[in-house]
Ligand binder design. Sequence first.
Ligand SMILES: Cc1ncc(COP(=O)(O)O)c(C=O)c1O
Length: 402
Amino acid sequence: MNSVKSSDIRKDIPLLNEIIYLDAASTTPTPEPVINAMVDYYHNFNANTGRGAYKTAVKSTTKFDDARKKIANFINCAKNEVIFTKNTTEAINIVAKGLDLNKGDSIIVPNIEHHSNFLPWLNLKKSGINLRIIKANKFGIIDTFDVEKAIDDSTKLITTTHISNSIGSYQPIYEMGDIAEEKDILYLVDAAQSAGHMKLDVKKIKADFIAFPGHKGLLGPVGTGFLYCRNEVAEYLKPLILGGGTVSNVTEKDYVLEPVPSRFEAGTQNIAGFIGLGAAVDYVKRIGIENIEKYSLNLTRYMYERINDIDNTICYGDPENIHGIVAFNIEGMNSHDVAKILDEIKNICVRSGYHCAIPAIKHVGADALEGTVRASIHCYNNKEEIDIFAETVNEIAKFAGG
Ligand SMILES: Cc1ncc(COP(=O)(O)O)c(C=O)c1O
């Protein structure tokens, strides 16, 4: 396919006949082929992985392993550089809790992060680690000059989101990768809002760690995510949880860790979920990630213009630098009220509030209205939905203004 045909994708997601779903940034509805791959597991080879020698268990292990290969191939890394997690948050915590940091070390983090890429670092302050917080501009964009200025001998890690979940702003992750490489500093990217929305080649990003959700842009099931962890640095990370599957030998005195990634994947995994995620990667590849990127960018800009043209709306972010997300408010109206009315009168699903990013919402000055209304899209959305959405916002704004 050389362009996105949202009508074809919608046939795989019957839920979209019932509602206008504009909340891809939270999680995405699961297409039928992904559900079918999980059902296939439950019906035909429902056994644990990496344990049994019987045929059904071998099949389950092979399919699970295939999913990892598909994901690795999709982001251009080795299979063992993909560590399965339950979500993006867990992936980031594996790094924050696993790094051997010392009192006096410092970490560079922007002020517009999702709490999942802020709290794990903030928590390290209790161990004497310093946070150097970089202030974004009024559109929620980080300046690499500020990152460079914040670096000194104590800097051990730079982290940033790729696309802000609260503003939709796109960060200069490639330039930050060059800086981290030149200064020999570890680099973590939170790709929660870009994975599955645009091409991500881990070699080009030059990150040591990239945290991915399976359940958002990649169209995989909830309960899936993964951490890309560059082979050369994986050895320095302490596993967060120990138990079955993480060790190759145990005595009463000590244990030997399994190679990566097994040492990070303790206990029985979300087998059906990751098999589903493998099918989701196939699905996204069939549509074409470049097609999705172009389609969503156009639709995002269209949505921004439609909402921004309405009297009494405040749109956040720079329309030339947002992807997939339009955050806005209606003057004088609480963001939750707007979201509730959209749902009540037209079954439009948007998120409202602080979006798990309180510092970011304060940064753009949307605190007084208890956050923002956030509409977020994927390739299954279409222009007709955006028109209905904009017309409904217009009605609400007229009512609020009058
Ligand atoms: C930028 C960003 N980081 C992290 C997260 C946390 O993701 P998860 O729910 O997969 O843990 C989100 C979720 O919305 C996000 O948008």
